[in-house]
Design a protein around this ligand. Structure first.
Ligand code: HEC
Ligand code: HEC
Length: 381
């Protein structure tokens, strides 16, 4: 009994220490939603998991509405000419259709703007996962010299001087004192509402509709191990698997929870040397070289070009890459099992066409045209 009690106390201590550390890491700011706010009820399709909302930033109608104004607010940038939506466009799955994005000074970054889809489920943000919450992420683009290139004091002064924003902040957060953390919280709230779960594929999964027979076969291929049926396929550092003639995509773009990503970092064999270190740039660990966050495949037909540097213009190029097996390297993912020239994924043209049909069935027209995500015009009460 005594042993259990001390284990219990030890665990309590650890939990408290963890909470305390978390507190320290994030600067404290005004956090409670304003009095009189209305809880925002997220509509989550039944084939998607519940979303965890941080206790210190509950979703409110007022917070989401403010976040939407801010997402389209050009005064968040140094020349008042660029908003989040300049690089994250709704019709393109909130990506920008460019290989790499240019900021206000027309300096091109080396990474492609990411689609903003179902990010309320993400534990890591950015291609390298350097932010671990949407609140933390939202602070960055404003001050990033190759993006919006402003300073927070400057942006806060611009918003404070607006006739409407102070009242919108009071409504959402109970204070008219605008600060960067509140801007970030409002943006994070808005981004959490960007849920895509009503594509033809979703309706098919819920038994509400059909997708083409080709798309159905394509989904099955997506979910099956690669390699000829019965072939023994070695997996580095793990037990071998038996080939099933599939496309081997499900390992990293996990379909089960409906998110089409496992939220983890993988080197999917794009390169042998890594001009962009990816995850290793954050962890400093050479074992993470060339690893990037596995992106969702939702709305993938509208978010071209593909990969962290936008190197592939079309889904056919992407399938060429995976079908070729990709490049071997010290950090290539064990699930990239076909980098060895003796092993081939061997997707026939017909299978490729079926996989493409499935990927296209993930296009959610309702999400791409949802009026709730559109530019709300100048801030108003
Ligand atoms: C100049 C173009 C540009 C602007 C403006 C911009 N972004 Fe981005 N965004 C990017 C790029 C590029 C990335 C990927 C950067 C990286 O991984 O290093 C990104 C990544 C993100 C991500 C991470 C998505 C994920 O799956 O991890 C979020 C969220 C995001 N941006 C939100 C915003 C918000 C909110 C704003 C406005 C405050 C904004 N962006 C402004 C280009 C832009
Ligand atoms: C080993 C894990 C892994 C496997 C297996 C895998 N992927 Fe990926 N996929 C990734 C990662 C990681 C990225 C991002 C890589 C980068 O940008 O450097 C990615 C990117 C993509 C993209 C581009 C997404 C975007 O927003 O730019 C598509 C499309 C894609 N994968 C489809 C597939 C298909 C189809 C299969 C099966 C044939 C597959 N993937 C198998 C990990 C994987």
């Amino acid at each position: 009994m005594k042993g259990y009690l001390s284990v219990f106390l030890l665990l309590c201590g650890l939990v408290m220490a963890a909470v305390a550390c978390k507190r320290e890491a994030m600067p404290e700011g005004p956090s409670s939603p304003g009095t009189g706010t209305t809880p925002y009820i997220l509509q989550i399709p039944s084939n998607l998991p519940p979303m965890e909302i941080p206790a210190d930033n509950p979703l409110t109608e007022e917070g989401v509405a403010l976040g939407r104004f801010l997402f389209y607010e050009k005064r968040l940038s140094g020349d008042n000419g660029m908003s989040c939506s300049s690089c994250h466009m709704q019709a393109l799955g909130f990506a920008d259709g460019k290989a790499v994005s240019k900021g206000i000074d027309s300096i091109a970054g080396n990474r492609s703007a990411m689609p903003l889809i179902n990010l309320g489920y993400a534990n890591f943000l950015f291609w390298d996962g350097r932010a671990s919450s949407l609140e933390e992420q939202a602070l960055e683009p404003v001050v990033n010299p190759i993006e919006m290139h402003d300073t927070w004091p400057n942006v806060m002064a611009k918003l404070q001087a607006d006739p409407v924003y102070p009242a919108l902040f009071t409504r959402a957060f109970g204070t008219e004192q605008i600060d960067s953390l509140l801007v970030a919280k409002a943006l994070a709230q808005f981004i959490r509402t960007m849920i895509s779960g009503n594509s033809p594929f979703d309706r098919f999964r819920r038994g509400e509709g059909l997708i083409s027979p080709d798309a159905q076969v394509g989904f099955n291929l997506f979910q099956l191990e690669g390699g000829s049926p019965g072939q023994i396929i070695p997996v580095a550092g793990s037990t071998p698997v038996t080939g099933q003639g599939g496309a081997d995509c499900f390992h990293c773009h996990t379909a089960d929870a409906g998110l089409f990503t496992d939220g983890q970092f993988h080197n999917n064999g794009l390169d042998t040397v890594f001009p962009d270190p990816g995850r290793a740039g954050v962890t400093g660990d050479p074992a993470n070289l060339g690893q990037f966050k596995a992106p969702t495949l939702r709305n993938i037909a509208v978010t071209a070009p593909y990969m962290h540097d936008g190197r592939f213009a079309t889904l056919d190029d992407v399938l060429d890459h995976y079908n070729s097996g990709g490049h071997a390297s010290a950090t290539v993912d064990p699930f990239m099992k076909f980098t060895d020239p003796d092993m081939v994924l061997g997707l026939t043209p017909q299978k490729r066409q079926q996989i493409k049909a499935f990927l296209e069935s993930l296009t959610d027209e309702e999400f791409l045209a949802n009026p709730e995500f559109q530019d709300p015009g100048p801030p108003h009460l």
